[in-house]
Design a protein around this ligand. Structure first.
Ligand code: FPP
Ligand code: MG
Ligand code: MG
Length: 310
């Protein structure tokens, strides 16, 4: 039985626990030096936290794969899952802080970027500190597989960023290259962390794989212009050159509007949302209402993400 839509809003369903995670994040980023504490805590201040998609997805996933009875005792697994949500959010923020340094960005989340606020040297160190803090918390979970999944995610983030920086004209035109880079940059952290949720819950490898697949499909988005290129070979040269030149952007947009690029992107995004949902549907049946609501919320979230596709 479906509950009223309002109660199933993924972000509402899990609001209190996400606030708890947010509170704890503030206390976790305290460093020896006050300047480092305030720089590392910049995106954890009240009003600066953003939508907190990572913790929301991870806590919903934890509930979605929950076995009910086993989770009862002292609610220990839940506390561990919340720690993983904190760790993932710290890695995420660390990557955004470093990204803004690399991109020389002045803004993030509609406010000053950290590098704009405190300079890039401080920002780099704040990002490093957050990464340290995330991994020291991960070590405390006392599960080497979880630490290894998080390490993989960071490696993928760095690799994705490097793939973007070092891209050759031929690679710009490759859908495979684009999808690999996109997976690394936008989906690897959430997919590996979703799997880590299942590992912490001592779930079977099947459930671990489904959790991973959900995260992977949730994170992937595609480039309409690469589809347009298949229809209009002229676009090839423009894509090869990249989009630093505003004239290239203008020409590409013109071809894009004539092409099926947008529709094909939408349908691919819809496909990913469907695959994310089917990973959830493939979980073992449950009669627990919390489990069922969490699964529905994860599927709703995949739909929401799909509509956000540019
Ligand atoms: C945003 O991309 C950037 C990322 C999602 C990942 C950035 C990764 C690194 C800088 C590697 C270092 C990682 C860690 C964990 C320290 P974007 O610039 O395309 O998008 P945006 O600026 O509009 O968000
Ligand atoms: Mg950027
Ligand atoms: Mg960037």
């Amino acid at each position: 039985p479906r509950m009223p839509t309002e109660q199933l809003d993924p972000f509402v369903l899990i609001k209190d626990e996400v606030s708890e995670v947010t509170d704890r994040l503030r206390s976790m980023v305290v460093a020896e030096v006050p300047e480092l504490t305030s720089a590392a805590g910049y995106f954890f201040r009240a009003g600066a936290e953003g939508k907190r998609t990572c913790p929301t997805v991870l806590l919903l996933m934890a509930s979605a794969i929950s076995m009910g009875i086993a989770d009862g005792l002292e609610n220990k697994p839940r506390a561990r899952h919340m720690h993983l949500a904190e760790i993932t959010e710290m890695i995420h923020i660390s990557s955004l802080i470093h990204d803004d340094v690399l991109d020389d960005a002045d803004t993030r989340r509609g406010m000053d970027s950290l590098n704009f606020k405190v300079g890039k040297k401080f920002a780099v160190l704040a990002g490093d500190f957050l990464l340290f803090r995330a991994f020291s918390a991960a070590v405390s979970l006392d599960n080497t597989e979880v630490v290894s999944l998080l390490a993989t995610a960071v490696n993928n983030l760095v690799t994705g960023e490097l793939m973007q920086m070092s891209i050759t004209p031929a690679q710009r035109c490759s859908m495979d290259y684009y999808l690999q880079k996109t997976y690394y940059k936008t989906a690897a952290l959430i997919s590996n962390s979703c799997k880590a949720i299942a590992v912490l819950a001592e779930q079977t490898t099947e459930v671990q794989a489904l959790a991973y697949q959900y995260g992977r499909h949730l994170g992937i988005v595609t480039a309409p212009i690469l589809f347009a290129m298949e229809e209009f070979p002229e676009v090839h040269e423009i894509v090869e050159q990249g989009f630093d030149d505003p004239l290239n952007v203008k020409t590409a947009l013109k071809y894009l509007s004539k092409s099926q690029g947008i529709e094909r992107t939408r349908s691919l995004a819809a496909e990913h949302a469907k695959l994310a949902a089917s990973a959830i549907d493939d979980l073992l049946d449950s009669e627990d209402q919390v489990v069922l609501n969490s699964r529905q919320a994860l599927k709703d979230l995949a739909q929401k993400f799909m509509r956000r596709t540019k």
